[in-house]
Each structure stands twice: as structure tokens, then as C-alpha cells.
Design a protein around this ligand. Structure first.
Ligand SMILES: C[S@@+](CC[C@H](N)C(=O)[O-])C[C@H]1O[C@@H](n2cnc3c(N)ncnc32)[C@H](O)[C@@H]1O
Length: 360
């Protein structure tokens, strides 16, 4: 690790490059492109919320064919949505985005809006003044995904946190401002993350600050590829069915009778094995402190929705971050209950009291 640091600072620093012959400079540029520290330093939020890599266990480096990116990249055959189909809300006041008229929330199901969770953070006086007019009586509040007042502003509400509902956010095509309370994932990671070497499960991830229940941590990034390409990569992978651990299907809105043909067929997938952000190193736990949610901004981009990690409970700094790789799978369906099948299964080393014993 120390060797790699030295190589980084002394062998491809700006100063050396400027004073060198051009071929040498080109060589250094190529070297920089493959340097994990250089890749991380290009992240937009790195200076405020740095990502660090530490290994106090052994000499292992992050695999050299891995590349850190702070946004997913679309494969060439995955077309972006045509501009004329992009839409946003026309709320000219951010507070309006909490109400029925905000088109970003048009697909949010109208459940009881009072989940008992917002009681300590009921609308502020400013909110009350703004909506004391007839709007307040006429427009129904939507079950908003985030707290919008008090200490928990921007944190996912408890009811949402335990659900499997997607998150609908306002976004860059909307009239509301970039400060709209309904743009949490869009504003990006605000938690410094550390990729660290664990004793027995390769690399893992932790935060160097405390994280609050419901707080957004980061997105899962990778190459966005077609279902056919994902199948091809699974077949080619030397890690066989374990390739699935890096592939996430973007299937939250997929349904055979959708009017959007992109949602009718096999969904796109995100492959984070070789190109991804720090969340690609998050390990599994049977008693996880994170949950992953589908998040959509523009409704025309449902087929390419984000995958966003949120804290399922308060997480003290330094505690390893983990999510359940098989969240939602009924325990009774699991092969882990069958002693014959256990022979081919990977042992789970999460160490929690609730450990199911096997990863898959
Ligand atoms: C998405 S990667 C996570 C990062 C990985 N530890 C690394 O070093 O690249 C998933 C792999 O991590 C390991 N892993 C994750 N959670 C584990 C657990 N609870 N027990 C044992 N191995 C685990 C398995 O090898 C799994 O294939």
C-alpha cells in the first residue's frame, strides 16, 4: 500500500510531468488514468467528502483492472432518452413539490400521509404561512419520501425506509430549484467513504463520520448494459454465478403491459465489477445497516433508474456498511436449509447474530 502511495506521489506528480520529455509525459498520463487515487480525485464531491482507501491487514491492492467512476456509464448500444420525451414539474416554489400538483410525484401511491414518523418534524411555520390560503385546503399532500423539516431534513421517512417503494425525485428538467427538498439523491453523496481491507471478506466500506437513519449514502454505479450483454458476461465470467453479485437489474418499473416499450422487455442491468464507485465494495450482511432503493428523476428514464443506498438505522463512524444481497428472498425458499445444497454454497461471514449461514 505504502509502495503504491509513493508511486502515486513521486512517479506521476504534475511537477515531474511538466519537466519531462513528451513521450514520458504521455506515459505518465496513461499511468494516471489507471491510478485509483487519480480517479478518485476527479470525483465532483471528493474535496468535501473524500473517498479513501486503506489496508492495515495485508499487501493487497485494489485490482488494477478496476476503475473508479462517480457516475454510471451507458454502453454504446444503450440509447439516451430523446430530449423531446424529457419532462419535469413546473412547481415555481420548492414547497409546491410536496403537493398533488407536482408531476414528479404523480405515480406516488396515495396512502395515509401520516405515518406517525413526521410528528416531531411537522411543517414549519413558514410552510404554514405559505399554504394557509385555499391551496392548503384544496391540494392534498403526497406521501413524500423525505423529511422536509427539522433535524432529519432530507432523510428518508421511516415508512419509506421499510417499504420497497421507488423514490420519485425532482430533477434537472424541473422548474423547482436545485435546493428543492425533493432532490436528495440528485445532489449526490455527502458522506466521506473509506474502502478498507477486512480481515476475512476482501475489501469493505465504512464511513468516517456518523450516519443517521434514513440518510442517503451513495448510488451503486457501473456500466449500464443490455440484458443480452449481461447474459453474455455471466456466461464468460470466471466467477460464474457470482457475477450476479455485481449485476443489478434495473427492473423496478418493468412490466409486460407497460405503454413504454423499454419497460416491457428484459431490463437493462448495471455491471459494477470493473467500473464503479466505492459502493461496489460494500459487503453483505444478514443484519444490514443499509437498504437499496430504486430512485427515478425524469419519468421518461424509468428504464434506467438509479440504485440508491440509504441508512436503515443510525450507523456510528467506522462501522462497516453492509446491505442484504438477497433482500426480500423468503428464508424458507433458501437453499441454505438443504444440507445437500449447502456443499456448493458460499459461506456468509457477516458475523451477525441473525446470520443465515450462506451467501448463495
Ligand atoms: C460486491 S463484492 C464486495 C467487495 C468484496 N469484498 C471485494 O473485496 O471486492 C462481493 C464479494 O465480497 C465477498 N463477500 C461479501 N459479503 C460477504 C459475506 N458476508 N461473507 C463472505 N464473503 C462476503 C464475496 O466474495 C462476494 O463475492
Amino acid at each position: 500500500m505504502e509502495k503504491a502511495m509513493r508511486r502515486h506521489f513521486f512517479h506521476h506528480s504534475e511537477e515531474v510531468a511538466l519537466n519531462s520529455r513528451s513521450a514520458y509525459v504521455q506515459g505518465l498520463d496513461a499511468e494516471k488514468q489507471h491510478c485509483h487515487w487519480c480517479q478518485i480525485r476527479t470525483f465532483t464531491t471528493h474535496s468535501r467528502y473524500p473517498i479513501t482507501i486503506v489496508n492495515n491487514v495485508d499487501d493487497t491492492m485494489i485490482q488494477s483492472n478496476f476503475r473508479f467512476m462517480d457516475e454510471s456509464i451507458r454502453a454504446n448500444d444503450v440509447e439516451p432518452t430523446r430530449k423531446e420525451f424529457l419532462t419535469g414539474c413546473d412547481c415555481d416554489d420548492d414547497k409546491g413539490c410536496r403537493y398533488d400538483s407536482c408531476t414528479c410525484l404523480q405515480d406516488v401511491e396515495d396512502e395515509s400521509e401520516d405515518d406517525g414518523d413526521d410528528s416531531s418534524n411537522s411543517d414549519s411555520e413558514a410552510d404554514d404561512v405559505f399554504f394557509e390560503d385555499w391551496h392548503r385546503k384544496k391540494l392534498r399532500k403526497k406521501p413524500y419520501a423525505y423529511h422536509s423539516n427539522g433535524a432529519r431534513t432530507g432523510h428518508l421517512r421511516s415508512k419509506m425506509l421499510t417499504s420497497r417503494n421507488p423514490i420519485y425525485e425532482c430533477h434537472e428538467s424541473c422548474i423547482c430549484s436545485p435546493d428543492c427538498p425533493n432532490r436528495v439523491v440528485e445532489r449526490g453523496r455527502k458522506v466521506p467513504l473509506q474502502v478498507f481491507r477486512t480481515e476475512n471478506r476482501g475489501w469493505g466500506v465504512r464511513s468516517t463520520v456518523d450516519i443517521k437513519k434514513g440518510q442517503f449514502v451513495d448510488k451503486y454505479m457501473g456500466e449500464i448494459i443490455t440484458a443480452e450483454e449481461a447474459t453474455r458476461r455471466r456466461a464468460l465470467s470466471h466467477i460464474a454465478q457470482r457475477k450476479d453479485v455485481y449485476l443489478f437489474a434495473l427492473d423496478k418499473f418493468s412490466t409486460p403491459d407497460s405503454f413504454d416499450e423499454r419497460l416491457r422487455g428484459a431490463p437493462l442491468e448495471v455491471d459494477g465489477e470493473f467500473v464503479s464507485g466505492p459502493t461496489r465494495f460494500i459487503n453483505h450482511s444478514c443484519d444490514p445497516n443499509l437498504r437499496i432503493f430504486a430512485r427515478v428523476g425524469d419519468h421518461a428514464d424509468k428504464h434506467i433508474h438509479d440504485l440508491a443506498f440509504f441508512a436503515a438505522r443510525d450507523i456510528p463512524r467506522g462501522e462497516e456498511l453492509a446491505f442484504d444481497y438477497v433482500d426480500g428472498v423468503d428464508d424458507s425458499d433458501m437453499d441454505a436449509l438443504d444440507p445437500e445444497k449447502q456443499k456448493d454454497m458460499a459461506r456468509c461471514l457477516c458475523g451477525s447474530k441473525k446470520c443465515r449461514g450462506y451467501l448463495w
